[in-house]
Design a protein around this ligand. Structure first.
Ligand code: ATP
Ligand code: MG
Ligand code: MG
Ligand code: MG
Length: 460
């Protein structure tokens, strides 16, 4: 079954159960400054959950394009390293707005997985929020899940929220065991973060609205929000472990390998390219342009990161835009807007690449020279800053390079260098030179991703 067929099958299943099929919304959340990008299927229904908006239906299903490359849900650092994370992916979801609740949501999900897709039950694992006795009893008593493949988990994983504020609630997650030999422990175990037991579907019981001070107030009506990654379930159905081995990604990997003239597609840089072309092309289609702040800066960071991986593979011409055509071939039927935007997308990517090409080469030389002369394991803050300020290397790009070489970044030193630059700019402005618009000075926009990459860097 292709991923396109799987998408249709999911929507049809819920349509037959009185769900209205709602098209994917844009990656730019409508009127929602709290959110960087649409990161889940529920985003376009946020106000419906909150009771602020009425729709002519109480049940909906969608295949929503999502980007997780900044903000609360940021998977940028995982791409290329795990079998299951993308910056861009499609989330299949069914929703109830004050209509059905836990019982039906769980039964529907189980029926789809075991009845329609015929997945063997002994491969499926379930987790619930440890205080949710109701969900627990539905799974154990009604569905009959084996308690040996069932875990109660705390709020870190089993209390879902869209962002720091907004709709949230306890959730129950369904995992697929990809089998022995793959590193990773079962859900709830200390090494659950591996790739053996992969979360495929999250059912959220939307019950609260979180305010900015953290207090929870009940929603007008308990609701349901579910999300299943199309690429993850496609991997299961197609009998492969990694998302990057599904039909759609194989085609993109092949296209990237052809451009880079490499034989073996099992390569993390190729995976990064196959992943990043999707987020970049769809973000541009939805109206984001590379810039030095906010959403545009996240896009710029993803593009530059992709280009750096191309460079690493030995590509020296502009190349990234050439992946738009193979992407359209894979996803154009489901997303005609992508096909319509194709010339614009290619142009934007090409321009951004040309702009970065010169400083990339120089910056890489700085890094490589540095690497040779280095004794410790830390790239000094001054170097990180020089790369950022003079060569246009977003910090996460340098962190990505560092991780490949088993190094870490001196982020405190970087911040000091940044602060000194600000001081100099302030002092200089007394003499009539205005540095306040210097593009490299504004890192505020980068805060979420930047904090994240810093944490990742320390772990690495
Ligand atoms: P994980 O724990 O594996 O990172 P998650 O709990 O963060 O996943 P949710 O926020 O529950 O994910 O999103 C709902 C579903 O969307 C997941 O069950 C998964 O199938 C899919 N999904 C989440 N993040 C990604 C991603 N970065 N790439 C691909 N699919 C994803
Ligand atoms: Mg996650
Ligand atoms: Mg999870
Ligand atoms: Mg989850």
């Amino acid at each position: 079954m292709t991923s396109a067929e799987l998408r249709s099958l999911f929507l049809k299943f819920f349509e037959e159960r009185q769900h209205t099929i709602v098209p994917s919304s844009s990656l730019i959340p409508a009127d929602d400054p709290t959110l960087l990008f649409t990161n889940a299927g529920m985003v376009q229904f946020k106000d419906v959950f909150l009771g602020r908006e009425k729709r002519p239906y109480v049940r909906a299903a969608s295949a929503q394009r999502c980007v997780r490359a900044g903000g609360k849900h940021n998977d940028l650092e995982n791409v290329g390293y795990t079998a299951r994370h993308h910056t861009f992916f499609e989330m299949l979801g069914n929703f109830s707005f004050g209509d059905y609740f836990k019982r039906e949501a769980i039964h529907y999900a189980w029926e789809f997985l075991t009845g329609v897709l015929k997945l063997p039950t002994e491969r499926l694992w379930v987790t619930v929020f440890d205080q949710d006795k109701e969900a627990e009893s539905i799974w154990l008593k009604e569905i009959g899940v084996d308690p040996a493949r069932f875990a109660r988990i705390g709020s870190k994983d089993n209390f879902w929220s869209m962002g720091d504020t907004g709709p949230c609630g306890p959730c129950t997650e369904i995992f697929y065991d990809h089998g022995e030999g793959i590193p990773g422990g079962p859900p709830g175990s200390p090494d659950a973060d591996g790739d053996r037991y992969i979360e495929i579907w999250n059912l959220v019981f939307m019950q609260y609205d979180r305010a900015s001070d953290g207090t929870l107030s009940p929603l007008p009506k308990p609701s349901v929000d579910t999300g299943m990654g199309l690429e993850r379930i496609a991997a299961v159905v197609q009998g492969v472990h990694s998302n990057y081995d599904i039909d759609l990604f194989r085609a993109l990997l092949k296209a990237a390998a052809d451009i880079a003239q490499v034989e073996n597609t099992d390569n993390s840089s190729l995976r990064v390219l196959a992943d990043h072309i999707r987020s970049c092309a769809f973000l541009i289609t939805d109206g984001v342009l590379p810039s030095n702040e906010g959403r545009g800066y996240v896009l710029r960071r993803i593009i530059r990161r992709a280009i750096r991986h191309g460079y690493k593979l030995g590509v020296r011409d502009t190349f990234f835009y050439r992946l738009v055509a193979p992407l359209c071939a894979q996803m154009g039927d489901a997303y005609p807007e992508l096909v319509a935007a194709r010339p614009m997308v290619e142009q934007v990517l090409k321009k951004e690449e040309e702009r970065f090409a010169e400083t990339l080469e120089q910056g890489m030389k700085v890094l490589e020279t540095h690497l040779k002369g280095m004794s410790g394991k830390t790239i000094p803050g001054d170097t990180v800053f020089l790369l950022y300020d003079t060569y246009g290397f977003p910090v996460d790009l340098t962190a990505d390079f560092a991780r490949e070489h088993g190094l870490v970044l001196d982020m405190e030193g970087f911040e000091r260098a940044m602060e000194e630059q600000r001081e100099r700019a302030r002092a200089a402005s007394h003499f009539g030179v205005d540095y306040s618009h210097d593009v490299h000075l504004d890192i505020r926009c980068d805060f979420t991703g930047y904090t994240n990459s810093r944490e990742e860097t320390r772990v690495a």
